[in-house]
Design a protein around this ligand. Structure first.
Ligand SMILES: *Cc1c(COP(=O)(O)O)cnc(C)c1O
Length: 352
């Protein structure tokens, strides 16, 4: 079966594509306004002790440290918010309103951005913060955000509408940021990241680059798919490890967002076809559900911490690392491949 399920409009195999030069892509990206927040480029480091711990046939393992985007304690939401919070979108805006879980990393970075931009912030979260607040819930409060609790994930959208109206009634104007900033605009932040990876790890003729990342609302994955499609990096394979969403649904969301991100860049969404057969989404690490560690995610956390001094979070990156380890152990990669683990952050959840 074709793992890249494309929207019907994109299934014409005869669409012409040719790779775009990285500087042309960068120029395209620079035509769209953004607010600089992230400390970039983030580092790429080798993980030789993890590699050794996984056995003699293990390919080279590298990590791109988007945990170090720095702003508001960093992680992948920083790059996405740069485009969501572009200056023209902030005209007359007094408040940012967004949604998430009670320990949301996205809510934390949004609250930090609101503070930095001199705006109010309302977070609509499904579930009470722990008492006393810990982890991200503590930071939401410290960053001055107002927290509105709703009873379930399903009630978040309506909760956000209510808060937008409330801001308007008090004479303000709210900018609503969807879950995880996983919008076509937000995904552009990860098109930039794909360009960084292209600079840091240029194609090598005789081996593939196996990129592994945590995925939930799909914006990060969408940006990577769009970016590597533009670059036509036919050596790049993407393995997205879901932290909650069923694989098929996540893949559809990400591919759709990727197509829309390309449209924002006035690039042909048909370019996504260049990723055909090289995008895979797995939900094998979800276990009992969102934020609930599995035996594999606990083992991955401990192994990475003790072999490399590198910390992953219990909700997202530990499950992605579990997916990486499983993929190595089941022989998914060739010994000559390079593996790149995209570390998307989430450290505050270690203290939740
Ligand atoms: C939000 C988040 C993800 C998932 O990113 P999406 O773009 O929502 O798929 C992965 N890792 C961490 C640490 C996150 O906070």
């Amino acid at each position: 079966p074709d793992p890249l399920r494309l929207p019907p409009a994109l299934t014409d195999p005869n669409q012409p594509t040719d790779p775009m030069r990285p500087d042309a892509i960068r120029a395209l990206l620079d035509t769209l306004p953004r607010t600089r927040l992230a400390a970039v480029p983030t580092r790429v480091v080798e993980l030789p002790r993890l590699r050794a711990a996984l056995g003699p046939e293990t390919p080279e393992i590298l990590a791109k440290l988007d945990e170090e985007t720095a702003f508001g304690l960093g992680g992948n939401k920083v790059r996405k918010l740069e485009y969501e919070l572009a200056p023209p979108r902030l005209k007359d805006v007094t408040h940012l309103v967004t949604v998430g879980g009670p320990q949301s990393n996205h809510a934390r970075v949004t609250a930090a951005a609101a503070a930095r931009l001199g705006l109010g912030c309302v977070l609509v979260l499904n579930g009470d913060p722990p008492d006393p607040p810990t982890g991200n819930a503590l930071l939401h409060r410290l960053l001055g955000a107002k927290v509105r609790v709703v009873g379930s994930r399903e009630e978040r959208a309506r909760g956000m509408e209510t808060e937008i109206v409330r801001v308007a009634e008090s004479g303000g104007k709210a900018l609503a940021i969807p879950l995880g900033a996983s919008t076509p605009l937000g995904a552009l932040g990860y098109v930039r990241c794909a360009l960084e990876i292209n600079d840091q790890l240029p194609p090598e003729s005789d081996r593939d680059l196996q990129v592994i990342l945590a995925s939930s609302s799909g914006g990060t994955l969408a940006g990577m798919v769009a970016g590597f499609s533009l670059l036509e990096r036919t050596d790049v394979h993407l393995l997205a490890v879901s932290s909650d969403t069923p694989a098929e649904e996540l893949q559809e969301t990400a591919v759709e967002l990727a197509g829309e991100a390309l449209e924002l860049l006035e690039a042909d969404p048909g370019r996504l076809l260049t990723m055909k057969g090289r995008l895979d989404v797995t939900d094998a690490e979800v276990g009992a559900g969102y934020g609930i560690p599995t035996q594999a995610s606990r083992e991955a956390t401990a192994l990475l911490a003790m072999s490399e001094g590198l910390l992953v979070d219990p909700v997202y990156t530990s499950k992605a690392m579990a997916g990486l380890i499983r993929a190595v152990r089941t022989g998914r990669f060739l010994a000559g491949d390079r593996i790149l683990f995209l570390h998307t952050g989430g450290h505050p959840a270690l203290f939740a």
